[in-house]
Ligand binder design. Structure first.
Ligand code: WTA
Length: 654
């Protein structure tokens, strides 16, 4: 893999602050090493012990890892448990009146809910779901804004063994429809609307539209949570108000004990080809991953106030909002709004207000907040903070240093956490009381997570060379399947060339100290503001427009978003120029917004009479990427069928 070279030359090292190290659950490098050694000596024994210790089982497991049908691994398979019981009920004896959720609404209103209250509300809603005929193994789509109700909905599904699939509220009716059909949903839970940055967002109307698109006959009901009070269409045979059905139920719902391998949820994510993949997670192994990473990486203690800013529509909001913090009996902040409303001090104001001690956000948010007010954090009392985290994309050293100095006051370690929807929980991240930090590196794998960097044929790469990032051994919180598509699962994650290694889809290299540096995706997946988007999905959306003959999407480095989306488009008619090009570009952007969601709208659209292709007709994306960046094309273009097209595409027309 000689083509992959690191561009980073970061050499600064930050040791854990002494007071932090002393109090940390895993304190000092030898303690981390001891955990890694224990995992190496007895891999299944290591995980079995943690699973026994950290999870409350209804029926204990006797078998730890079943590899007989690899790569369909099974963990703790004969054990029975309930995720909602582990997240709520088991805290009631000692912590019933502890606050579980501090919900801050877009307008600043705060609602607290204790574990006892959460237990009652989840129970009531779970009973209501049962009354609608939802039970073990049924799929439920959740399309809600960030709210206490979103967490209740997820927990209620888990309580009765229904499998939830949360769809991010920013996805369009069409994307929602695609997921409803693929997962075979029986029920959709939504809200009349959401509120973000003072603006109302419609949700129920998108559900109504999605359900008219066909193939959703299995959906018998839509439950709507009233958030904004906006007028909505109502189908009395199908639609139910959340408050009506919840009020009618009793405060207790017996958890349904499920097998450890029972799917807890399905979450769609983008791949390099085809439609989004329904990543299927287990109950037992997934929960263990969420719990151990909360303890190891976030060094979580009973006194912490935890805040992960991710939406529950993404994996981060599953593992570090809906499940991980609750499984530990944490008090966490849940935020409805956006970091820039009413101004770019919102995050810092909320940290002060709620005395947040662990704060977890995305590099893109950090970069945009630096830009909007680099000294704003200084206006607030951030002394409650003791640990910071980032996720979703590589953090550039400049943003890391700002986060470290201005937010963390050089006192708080930064956990740069590398993981994926498919991994369920953190994979490479510092145990902050044990591992020295280097800005821009996610440092070292968690204990019991065996990572490597390999050539395309699976051969281990010695030294510091770049290559494919892989996981060598199955781990408890790993993806179990792509919903309903075993072949695609095998091909995507366990390709034959890699002989049983899990292919992450990222490239990385390791430095002399064994630290990992993530270099980016190796496939056609973009990372725009920490959101995964497949280039093919956006291309298909564009080509579905009657004006478009052909389209190619590439990513271009972007100061704030990490990557921006550049579309090269060939229209069926003439190549437009000037004002006409601008108008069509706007039209196509809106089209993509409707087809997928606003997050997928191209930032730039360039029109050409054709696209650069090889003689065999393959689009040369490498050249398109260079053009997008404004680089001179110096590489060999002799295989190009139509070199003149490059000149035309150099100019942005839209
Ligand atoms: C990227 C998000 C560098 C990576 C949890 C991965 C990162 C993809 C980091 C997964 C990080 C995530 N440093 N890159 N700390 N964290 N990524 O499924 O390319 O939305 O493959 O999961 O994000 O994105 P996903």
């Amino acid at each position: 893999m000689s083509s992959i070279e690191s561009v980073l030359t970061e050499t600064r090292i930050f040791a854990p602050h002494e007071t932090f190290r002393q109090a940390a659950t895993v304190s000092g490098l030898p303690a981390y090493q001891a955990l890694c050694d224990a995992a190496e000596q007895d891999y299944t024994g290591f995980w079995a012990q943690l699973a026994q210790q950290e999870i409350t089982w209804h029926t204990p497991f006797t078998e730890t890892l079943d590899e007989s049908n690899a790569p369909f691994f099974r963990w703790f398979a004969d054990g029975k448990l309930n995720a909602s019981y582990n997240c709520i009920d088991r805290h009631l004896e000692k912590r019933a009146n502890k606050i579980a959720l501090i919900f801050e609404a877009d307008n600043g209103d705060v609602t607290n809910i204790t574990y006892k209250e959460l237990h009652q509300r989840v129970s009531r809603f779970a009973n209501a779901l049962k009354k609608q005929g939802i039970g073990l193994g049924d799929r439920v789509i959740i399309y809600l804004p960030m709210s206490i109700e979103a967490i209740i909905a997820m927990q209620a599904c888990a309580r009765i063994g229904a499998i939830h699939s949360v769809v991010f509220g920013g996805f369009s009716a069409k994307s929602l429809h695609e997921r409803i059909v693929d997962v075979g949903a029986k029920l959709v839970i939504t809200a009349d609307g959401g509120l973000r940055g003072g603006k109302a967002v419609a949700l129920k109307s998108a559900v109504d539209e999605a359900l008219t698109l066909g193939g959703c006959e299995a959906v018998t009901h839509v439950i709507a949570y009233q958030r904004t009070g906006v007028d909505i269409a109502w189908n009395p045979q199908r639609d139910l108000w959340w408050h009506d059905i919840e009020a009618a139920e009793s405060d207790y719902c017996e958890p349904t004990w499920v097998d450890a391998e029972h799917p807890l949820f399905i979450l769609y994510t983008s791949g390099s080809t085809g439609t989004p993949k329904g990543v299927q997670h287990s109950t037992g192994g997934y929960l263990l991953g969420a719990i151990m990473s909360m303890k190891w990486v976030f060094d979580h203690k009973a006194s912490d106030i935890f805040w992960c800013t991710a939406d529950v529509g993404w994996i981060t909001g599953h593992s570090y909002v809906a499940y991980g913090p609750l499984a530990l009996g944490s008090t966490q902040v849940v935020f409805e709004g956006v970091p820039t409303y009413p101004d770019a001090g919102r995050f810092w104001q909320m940290i002060e207000r709620h005395k947040v001690s662990i704060f977890y956000t995305a590099p893109t948010a950090i970069r945009s907040l630096i830009k909007l007010g680099g000294d704003l954090p200084n206006k607030y009392d951030l002394s409650s903070l003791r640990l910071l985290g980032t996720v979703g994309e590589p953090i550039n050293p400049e943003a890391w240093m700002w986060y470290h100095k201005v937010v963390g006051k050089e006192r708080c370690p930064i956990a740069d956490t590398w993981w994926q929807t498919e991994t369920g929980a953190h994979m490479i991240a510092p145990l902050p009381g044990a591992i020295d930090l280097k800005p821009g590196s996610c440092t070292r794998p968690l204990p019991g997570i065996i990572m490597d960097i390999v050539e395309e044929d699976g051969t281990h790469i010695e030294g510091t060379g770049g290559g494919l990032l892989v996981v060598k051994k199955p781990w408890p919180s790993m993806i179990r399947n792509i919903w309903g598509n075993e072949e695609r699962f095998k091909k995507s994650y366990f390709p034959e060339e890699l002989k049983g290694l899990y292919l992450a889809g990222d490239s990385a290299h390791r430095d002399e100290d064994g630290y990992f540096w993530i270099m980016g995706r190796i496939d056609d997946v973009l990372n725009v503001s920490g959101h995964r988007l497949g280039t093919m999905e956006i291309e298909s959306a564009l080509v579905a427009n009657p004006l478009v003959a052909e389209a190619a999407i590439v990513g271009k480095p972007h100061e704030i978003k990490g990557e921006s989306i550049v579309a090269y488009v060939v229209l069926k008619g003439e190549r437009p120029e000037g004002e006409a090009a601008k108008a069509i570009a706007t039209q196509l952007r809106d089209w993509v917004g409707k087809e997928i969601g606003p997050i997928a709208k191209p930032d730039e659209i360039r029109f050409g009479e054709n696209l650069p292709k090889t003689r065999s007709g393959k689009i040369m994306r490498r050249l398109l990427r260079s053009l997008a960046k404004g680089e001179e094309i110096t590489s060999d273009i002799s295989t190009l069928d139509n070199p003149a097209i490059l000149e035309q595409l150099k100019q942005a027309a839209g």
